[in-house]
Design a protein around this ligand. Structure first.
Ligand code: ATP
Ligand code: MG
Length: 139
């Protein structure tokens, strides 16, 4: 086990629906330390840059339209095995397949509108953290 950091987002659907407080509560209940946090409204180009790995896929245009449609909450979360643990707390990509009680099962409404994001590996966590935060913004 080792202390890790991951980049987490509360997506525009969940911010708009008023689920920020409940999701922050779940983050603290699961013993993550929030080491950076801000509200951001991505441009379409910034959303495309963040999800560049999915360029060319059939869901890339709707995904980047969605992610630039309203403000999101961007955070860096720290705890043991943060990357895996945060993905566990979020649940599967498709809310219909996500475990009972997971964030996506509770707050997501479709495979696209799935409420939260989390990095999937140490390399993506490093890229995604730098995408949103400068060194000095991480406490
Ligand atoms: P995220 O990267 O947002 O944490 P994930 O790693 O579980 O989610 P990815 O495969 O990286 O899933 O897909 C990125 C995002 O693209 C998903 O969270 C979802 O919003 C959207 N997405 C993925 N697959 C589809 C699909 N088949 N149709 C529509 N949207 C999709
Ligand atoms: Mg992903």
């Amino acid at each position: 086990m080792s202390i890790q950091r991951t980049l987490a987002l509360i997506k525009p659907d969940a911010v708009k629906a008023g689920h920020v407080g409940a999701i922050l509560g779940a983050i603290e209940k699961n013993e993550f330390r929030i080491v950076a946090m801000k509200l951001v409204h991505l441009t379409k180009k910034q959303a495309e840059g963040f999800y560049a790995v999915h360029r060319g896929k059939n869901f890339f245009t709707p995904l980047t339209d969605f992610m630039s449609a309203g403000p999101i909450v961007a955070m860096v979360l720290e705890r043991e095995e943060a990357i895996l643990k945060w993905r566990e707390v979020m649940g599967a990509t498709d809310p219909a397949k996500a475990a009972e009680g997971s964030l996506r099962r509770t707050f997501g409404t479709s495979i696209q509108y799935n409420a939260t994001h989390g990095s999937d590996a140490p390399e993506t966590a490093a890229f995604e953290t730098r995408y949103f935060f400068d060194e000095l913004e991480i406490c």
